[in-house]
Design a protein around this ligand. Structure first.
Ligand SMILES: [Zn+2]
Length: 248
């Protein structure tokens, strides 16, 4: 597999297409769900480079008018790092429609980006941003995407062994027509992530660790764990792999 192939994947059925234009642990993750009937788009996480990747994927800049909903799984930089840029791009292109953003309750990273953006541009922002703090079991429906959130278990840092603190983190099940798409977010094995993927038409699962570490806090899934979870769904994609910087 090429380095680029490790970080890009896609899936589709009659109702929607799912694109992961880029996902790498510690770099950025963006997942794009597009309804084939309406062209409406839902984003799950907005990693660094999301605007660049969306332009490349859609081959147009006016995708900003098609984005119906954004859901953020947690506040790590590789999942929210592109949000300010995306909001700025929407402002530049004159989006008019209100934008709904789902974020985990107490996800200070996401609220800081959104509040800072709104504060900076409140006099010239052509669209309203409505962010909704959600938690385990929350549901949010638009005309096109029906979202249910599940709490998952994700540590805030792998670098502070003495501070093993779980952060606000969610995964999502999204219904588009009759299709169910599941996204694990970042998580260790827990009941929440099993419920997210069960019987989904497609499960998008983080598989950060090539093998599970012997010691220390379990921050991410291993490939083996992710594949076992994937077997609970009808089909699955593994994302959020560690970049192999040694590949030439
Ligand atoms: Zn994370």
């Amino acid at each position: 597999m090429t380095p680029q192939g490790m970080h890009r994947s896609a899936w589709e059925n009659d109702e929607l297409s799912v694109n992961v234009p880029y996902s790498a642990a510690g770099v950025g993750t963006t997942i794009v769900l597009t309804s084939k009937f309406t062209g409406r788009i839902m984003l799950m996480d907005v990693g660094d480079g999301a605007v660049r990747d969306l332009i490349e994927l859609t081959r147009k800049s006016d995708f900003v008018h098609d984005i119906d909903l954004i859901a953020i799984s947690h506040g790590h930089f590789d999942h929210v790092g592109g949000l300010h840029t995306l909001l700025g791009f929407m402002r530049m292109l004159g989006r008019k429609e209100s934008l709904n953003i789902l974020i985990p309750t107490n996800c200070i990273e996401a609220t800081s980006i959104i509040k800072g953006f709104c504060q900076s541009y409140h006099e010239t922002l052509p669209f309203k941003i409505r962010y909704h703090e959600i938690t385990q079991g929350s549901e949010f429906d638009t005309d096109f995407f029906k979202v249910k959130s599940f709490g998952v278990e994700h540590y805030g840092s792998e670098c502070s062994p003495g501070e093993e603190i779980l952060m606000p983190a969610l995964g999502f099940r999204v219904k588009v027509g009759e299709s169910v798409i599941a996204f694990s977010g970042d998580t260790r094995i827990c009941a929440g992530v099993e419920a997210i993927v069960a019987n989904a038409d497609l499960a998008i699962i983080e598989a950060t660790r090539p093998v599970a570490p012997d010691t220390g806090p379990r921050v991410h899934l291993s490939v083996e764990e992710a594949e076992k979870l994937g077997a609970l769904a009808k089909e699955y994609l593994l994302i959020h792999r560690i970049p192999n910087i040694d590949i030439q």
